[in-house]
Design a protein around this ligand. Structure first.
Ligand SMILES: Nc1ncnc2c1ncn2[C@@H]1O[C@H](COP(=O)(O)OP(=O)(O)OP(=O)(O)O)[C@@H](O)[C@H]1O
Ligand SMILES: [Mg+2]
Length: 257
């Protein structure tokens, strides 16, 4: 078990975004989190990665609590994430964006990475090598000197993925990595997620709305609705679960009214 979540609860005033949620993620697995809009998926990610502070419960990463830690500390421990809405430095190059994720792995820190005093040159070469390896892995090495905002949306998503990989995570959390991608890009994403697990040995936990992608890539799925876990299992089990069908169809009916 790489991640263990127990009774996690997050409230915003009167709204309970995450309601006593418990689950585990096995090392080396690919697990998906699904649920209708507003179900609490991103909020749950934010609690696990230190962006929000849950009021109740426990989150153990490789046996250690991450409940009171800041995001950068959690990244150092080996958990990386991408965001539902891209968070790139739009006016920096692809290389600089990928390197920006790595200051947690350098002794010089971010200032050293940017100011480049001579003593840190070897360190910088090492950082560049890792960044290049990650850009190559996701297929954007050719674009390394381009300004991030000039890349296609799909390629910008790859930059974010490369930045997360450059922190050398053991667990990677992806918040809707397929959003805004066309069919071909989604096929490539599925392949990439598999390679992240198979070649790099990284455990993957993803939020995704595209059911085709979810069913294709994940071994286990768990479902949130109104902050509460309503189902967990294999793709087939979850697909046939009446609670899941109702959660999705109910939302469609509401939307249609
Ligand atoms: N910072 C915040 N302050 C107040 N309410 C919030 C905050 N973040 C999220 N919420 C609320 O918590 C609930 C869950 O939101 P969340 O973004 O986690 O859902 P989601 O499952 O990721 O949805 P989507 O599929 O649309 O991304 C929603 O009702 C949302 O409005
Ligand atoms: Mg979300």
């Amino acid at each position: 078990m790489i991640l263990g979540i127990k009774d996690l609860t997050l409230r915003f005033g009167g709204l309970t975004a995450v309601n006593h949620v418990s689950f585990t993620i096995e090392q080396g697995s690919i697990k998906s989190l699904i649920g209708p809009n507003g179900a609490g998926k991103t909020s749950l990610f934010n609690c696990i990665t230190g962006f929000y502070r849950a009021q109740e419960g426990e989150a153990l990463f490789r046996g250690d609590s991450v409940m009171r830690l800041k995001p950068h500390r959690i990244t150092e421990m080996g958990m990386a994430r991408t965001f539902q809405n891209l968070r790139l430095f739009k006016n920096l190059t692809v290389m600089e964006n990928v390197m920006s994720g790595m200051h947690c792995r350098t002794s010089a820190g971010l200032a050293g990475a940017v100011l480049r005093p001579p003593a840190q040159r070897a360190e910088e070469k090492r950082i560049r090598d890792v960044a290049e390896e990650c850009m190559d892995f996701v297929g954007i090495l050719d674009a390394k000197n381009r300004i991030a905002k000039n890349l296609s949306y799909g390629d910008q998503r790859r930059v974010e993925l490369a930045r997360a990989l450059a922190t050398k995570p053991q667990l990677l959390l992806l918040d809707e990595p397929g959003a805004g991608l066309n069919y071909d890009e989604k096929v490539q994403l599925i392949e990439l997620i598999r390679r992240i697990r198979d070649e790099k040995g990284i455990t993957v936990f993803l939020i995704e709305h595209d059911m085709g992608l979810v069913m294709e890539v994940s071994e286990k799925i768990f479902v949130l609705d109104y902050g509460t876990k309503i189902a967990e299992g294999t793709a087939r089990e979850v697909q046939n679960n009446p609670k899941v069908i109702e959660a999705y169809l109910g939302k469609e009916e509401e939307a249609a009214v």
